[in-house]
Design a protein around this ligand. Sequence first.
Ligand code: AGP
Length: 606
Amino acid sequence: MCGIIGYVGKENAKDIIISGLLALEYRGYDSSGIAYNDHNKIKIVKMEGKVANLQKKLGENNDLPHIGIGHTRWATHGKPNEINAHPHKVGITTLVHNGIIENYSELKNKLKNIYEFKSETDTEVACALIDYYQNKEKDKLQALKKAQKELNGSYAFAIIFDDEPNCIYAMRRNSPLIVAEKDNDYFIASDIAAILSHTNEYYLLDQGDIAKVSEKLTFYDKDLNLIHKKINKYQGTINDVMKNGYDHFMLKEIHDEVNVYKNIIKSYVPNLDIQDLKNNFGSFLKYHSITIVGCGSAYHTGLAAKYLFENYANIPTNVEMASEYRYKKIFPKKDELVILISQSGETADTLEALRIAKENEMDTLGIINVLSSSIARESKRVIYCLAGCEIAVATTKAYLAQALILSLMAILMGYERNIISDNEANNYLKELSKLQKDTNDIISNQEYYKKIAKDFYKDREMFFIGRNIDYALCMEASLKMKEISYIHSEAYAAGELKHGTISLIEKNMVVFGIITNSSIASKTISNLKETKARGSKMILVTTKAIAKNYENDDSFHYIITVNNLCPFFQGLTIITALQLISYYVALLKGENIDQPRNLAKSVTVE
Ligand code: AGP
């Protein structure tokens, strides 16, 4: 949600913190702030809007601090403005926070006779609580421990006290936080992107851990026992968080999709042989049903996987939005596998869904992109989808990496259940090379998709319709269009349209029809034509083989085709083509593609 950073060292803390906040800006970008030790006085500077505004403001002073904390915000409590921006200071306590304090109004009631509150934020209340206990306890660690007991919800804090201006305390629960050191310089950050230009080695704070950062680094667990932390190494490089000449991270990450497929093949199916999958994924034979849980695009990968798991492995598969799953009645089954899908591995609803599945003693498998993220660490098993750092808020390569992992799982499960023979399985796996080539061809043909986007980027609404797995692809294509272009796009089950929603179809409204399944192609075509009869502009997105049947039908505004692939991989190239169209629609509209309004890359609050 928000991004926090802290620094203690020999460099100018202002520069270190600003470059860290710029790297964290994809987490939230509506206001930002910094606090640093200016001659043993804690100085706070906050600004509404992008980090660049704060950078400009800071440029006006010549302070050379060596310790400081910073924050870039995605507003939850209180609108984005300077007062609600972080850091917040109460008494002698100054802090930045990522997360939500769910019981902040009770705590505010408890503290309102002691402290005057200036902002609308939950964070300021947490700051007051910590200040209240540091006053009472006189020992900072005891104060933090006491505060932890009363704070409900999610938090990652970086804290400076007036009477210890050369020291930062950091603690977390549910929100991610890492700590790193390099040549006696110390860093605290929400994720590795903020410090990659300094080091790729870091410590992970576990639930309730506290770190004390001054001239040395000390870790305590939630009971204040001194603890030793193992170093984690990030596999990528600083290039992962640089645009490297691309106009946007989204375009860079679409161009990275073939490399991602290569990573997955090299790690999980090096010989394009089903035995590789057995060795690397293990067995799923003991499961008689599966529940897939995720949010947004992660949920959409589950929707598509359902059709593959049921059709090719004969496993009843249920797909749940994590925000619904965590509050619905669960019917736990011993032989059920719960698959949690998440790019960030920190999405609050999915993390909580995982904990509920574990409480109900169900096996859990995380399909995660960010290494050692909370969902990865807390799942019984994890399959990393190896997409590398994804900065653009709108997921592209990570969605496809998750989808490919699930497709490979479907092949393996079908094989384990003797529904797919090893010959068939290996023939499917051989198509992975074709998947890479086709994806490359689509990406190198991006001008074609730009031309199509030019046709309707001024439109205000559109539809994506499809049946079965194509409906799942429509969900993702529509979300991509919506979240970066702000065009009100809806995905709809093609057969359902005529039961009401078709009343929205107006003259020249664009309706995309996605068809990868030839056995029901004519059904979706009829539904498309029903919209055409009401004036729509039909855009058919399908395979070359299916398109053959309509090449003489000039009623289509566009027929966008991709090469034929086996059903396990066919949807992936369709999505790459539609990602490019969404990208160019948003580009032509001049929208902020990497940081769309109102969104954040990792939703760590409910
Ligand atoms: C997708 O482009 C969005 N960024 C969003 O829907 C995202 O998929 C969702 O928030 C889930 O995030 P996760 O994969 O990190 O859990």
